[in-house]
Design a protein around this ligand. Structure first.
Ligand code: NAD
Length: 491
């Protein structure tokens, strides 16, 4: 530990198109840097992970392959498609250790916090069975007609994923897309391409027919925007920032009006009332914004605590929040890793400066040690400060106070985002009122993010996205409804 890990297994760094690994047509490449050491990641016989970068031509090649593979994949039926999904699930579980290492090397997430391989395997297993739910309706309500709806795959699905929890986003999109009968072109994040490339190897091993799954490494421009604009990509599932989501939606509208599903950023509030279990509220809310060094879409980065208990809550929060183990993310004892790269680190530093100007810093700051930022608390920040309004994506929280329930709701909802909100109270009436009033795709009562139910719906209101993902929801993101009318002659 301390330097970039080495092992004997080589990693594929080329593009996975039509069932084979190919260099990029431009021969352009980019490095993967371990955020802890800032060294280019290297392993085995490959001196450095120099990843091939897809351009428009590579995207077109991948889409063409997916389009050609579509009719026979669709016509296999779910029983046979499920066989491939189950095989991939088994391979994911077997590859837990390797995937954990690659995720940590790309992102700096502490390796002890990697649960993604088993979570992802569960997605493929669930949709192997859940594919049977591609069901329409049938009706005799119109005289002389049997009216039916069918749910059918779109064709080529474009999948664009972010760098944080990339394997999870990969699986949550790819499993339902394939189960529904679509073929896919997935672009990983330029910051975290290695887990996707490793899974491409597993896909080849599982024996998927060529062209069904295509995996590209590359940047938003040109590769991401080429997928969003491609005339043969019929639906697009995107997870990333709200700004990129707007660009993707615009590109989709300007090209072929492809169906777009967006999972975007957040600025999630937690509201803590005086009757709450303050120990539990402090423990949960500090973890929410410290986990993965705050680089979590649902992190509760705004906390509102009732004035009467503010001192006690803040004391508990500060103690727990500061007690992190900063270190090499490959060390299982580390609980707090660096920000992913210089861009993200400098972005967080900009907000540290804004917080220091607009509010009062009471815990933490820049760790002045590589890309590390200590868990940081700002208090008494004006509601119109950029610190309160913009997604920081770092371990930085603003804690303000309120006196009445109405004030708490007004402050919590005063945001362009609406991903996850939480309320801590023992009053069931108040809990229900807040669950109704808070503008968020998910509301936690006496719990906060990242808590979620496996069979729940994930998604946002306002600029946090449109559409929902989840075991019970995702299949429909990859199916379109067709009405079939059969005219029946009277007896
Ligand atoms: P990002 O928006 O910078 O990039 C996301 C993906 O979009 C990457 O693959 C990137 O290469 C690609 N991209 C960039 N520009 C593009 C363009 N013009 N056209 C097409 N694709 C383009 O986001 P990020 O930094 O990778 O991830 C962090 C963001 O993702 C945060 O805002 C976070 O809140 C959000 N996120 C949301 C969820 C959710 O479920 N709502 C989950 C994880 C992350």
């Amino acid at each position: 530990m301390g330097s970039v890990a080495q092992d004997s297994e080589s990693i594929e760094t080329r593009l996975f198109i039509n069932g084979e690994f190919r260099p990029s047509t431009s021969n352009k490449t980019f490095p993967v840097v371990y955020p802890y050491t800032k060294e280019v990641v290297a392993q085995g016989p490959i001196p450095q992970y120099i990843v091939h970068e897809a351009n428009e031509q590579d995207v077109d090649n991948a889409v063409t392959a997916a389009n050609a593979a579509f009719p026979s994949w669709r016509d296999l039926g779910i029983d046979q498609r499920a066989g491939y999904l189950r095989k991939l699930a088994d391979l994911l579980v077997e590859s837990h250790a390797k995937l954990a290492q690659l995720e940590t090397l790309c992102t700096g997430r502490p390796i002890s916090q990697f649960f993604d391989a088993s979570f992802s395997a569960d997605q493929f297993r669930y949709f192997a069975e859940g594919g049977w739910n591609a069901q329409g309706t049938a009706s005799l309500s119109t005289p002389g007609l049997l009216s039916m709806t069918l749910k059918q795959p779109y064709g080529v699905a474009g999948l664009i994923i972010p760098w944080n929890f990339s394997l999870i986003a990969f699986a949550m999109k790819m499993a339902p897309a394939l189960a529904a009968g679509n073929t896919v072109v997935l672009k990983s994040s330029e910051k975290a391409p290695l887990t996707s490339l490793y899974v491409a190897k597993l896909i080849a091993k599982a024996g998927f027919p060529p062209g069904v799954v295509n995996i590209l490494s590359g940047f938003g421009n040109p590769a991401g925007s080429a997928i969003a604009s491609h005339m043969l990509v019929r639906c697009l599932s995107f997870t990333g920032s709200s700004l990129t989501g707007q660009r993707v939606q615009t590109a989709a509208a300007k090209s072929n009006m492809k169906h777009v599903h967006l999972e975007l950023g957040g600025k999630s509030p937690a509201v803590i009332f005086e009757d709450a279990d303050l120990e539990s509220a402090a423990a949960q809310t500090q973890f929410s914004v410290q986990f993965n060094s705050g680089q979590v879409c649902v992190a509760n980065s705004r906390i509102y605590v009732q004035e009467s208990v503010a001192d006690r809550f803040l004391q508990l929060f500060r103690e727990k929040f500061a007690a992190v183990q900063i270190g090499d993310p490959l060390d299982p004892a580390t609980t707090h890793g660096p920000q992913i790269d210089a861009i993200q680190y400098n972005r967080v530093k900009e907000y540290l400066a804004i917080g220091a100007k607009d509010g009062t810093r009471t815990v933490g700051d820049d760790a002045e040690n590589g890309f590390f930022v200590r868990p940081t608390v700002f208090e008494r920040v004006p509601e119109d400060s950029r610190l309160m309004r913009e997604e920081i994506f770092g371990p930085v929280v603003a804690i303000n106070t309120f006196s009445t329930e109405a004030e708490a709701i007004e402050k919590a909802n005063n945001s362009d985002f609406g991903l996850y909100a939480s309320v801590f109270t023992k009053d069931v009436d108040r809990a229900v009122r807040l669950a109704k009033a808070l503008e968020a795709g998910t509301v936690g009562v006496n719990c906060t993010s990242p808590t979620n139910a496996k069979d729940g719906a994930i998604g946002g209101l306002k600029m946090s996205g449109s559409g929902r993902e989840g075991l019970l929801y995702s299949l429909d993101n990859f199916l379109e409804v067709k009405t079939v009318l059969i005219k029946t002659a009277p007896a």
